[in-house]
Design a protein around this ligand. Structure first.
Ligand SMILES: CC(C)(COP(=O)(O)OP(=O)(O)OC[C@H]1O[C@@H](n2cnc3c(N)ncnc32)[C@H](O)[C@@H]1OP(=O)(O)O)[C@@H](O)C(=O)NCCC(=O)NCCS
Length: 172
């Protein structure tokens, strides 16, 4: 049976191998990596899925980022992803379980809004992530506006204009 564990319980090596298997080794140049460049992941909002033999078969990381506005102010956000499931066991509910865990933990903490670059067909359908409030957001690399998604976990409105990037001060 598989279980969800804090990601910090798993080895960095196992996490890197899983991400390479799910996304390919050229993943580091992606825009999502630039948005959270240099930030450590947030331990309380990052999870691993471990199978019955202790292997890491799924991982989800969350990062402190911010939307920088023209007037110099910044809106803190939490970037979710990558969400990765071992290709050998995809489609068995592990991705949903990991996402359920992060959304529940964020709601319980009344955290800053969640954001991600991902497929609205998946993240909208199950958790309500939407590109509706992100039309004024820019990224430090190429992105498809329909895939720039956000979810408020405490009723805070999503919107504004600005550039996404790493947050200087780490706080969930
Ligand atoms: C995307 C991913 C995390 C989903 O996890 P998973 O464990 O395979 O999927 P689940 O079993 O939780 O969910 C299955 C359901 O979601 C749907 N689904 C999965 N990925 C989807 C996608 N990208 N777009 C739309 N629907 C998707 C499936 O069709 C299935 O629907 P059904 O229940 O109606 O049959 C996983 O497939 C993966 O790691 N893919 C490669 C890396 C990636 O693209 N990550 C996401 C970007 S951050």
């Amino acid at each position: 049976m598989s279980v969800i564990v804090p990601l910090n319980m798993m080895s960095r090596n196992a996490i890197e191998q899983l991400l390479d298997a799910a996304f390919g080794p050229d993943r580091h140049g992606r825009t999502a990596y630039l948005i959270r460049d240099g930030m450590p992941w947030l331990p309380e909002l990052s999870f691993g899925m471990r199978d019955g033999e202790g292997r890491l078969i799924g991982s989800l990381q969350s990062w402190p980022v911010a939307l920088a506005h023209e007037d110099g102010s910044r809106t803190p956000l939490i970037m979710v992803g990558p969400v990765a499931v071992d290709p050998a066991v995809q489609g068995a509910g592990h991705g949903r379980a990991l996402m359920d865990a992060v959304v529940a933990a964020a709601r319980a903490r009344r955290s800053d809004p969640l954001m991600m670059i991902g497929d609205p067909e998946y993240y909208g359908r199950f958790w309500g992530f939407s590109a509706e409030g992100t039309g004024g957001w820019d990224c430090p690399g190429p992105f498809e506006p329909r895939r720039l998604l956000a979810l408020s976990v405490d009723g805070r409105p999503i919107g504004g204009t600005g550039m996404l990037g790493p947050r200087a001060t780490v706080r969930a």
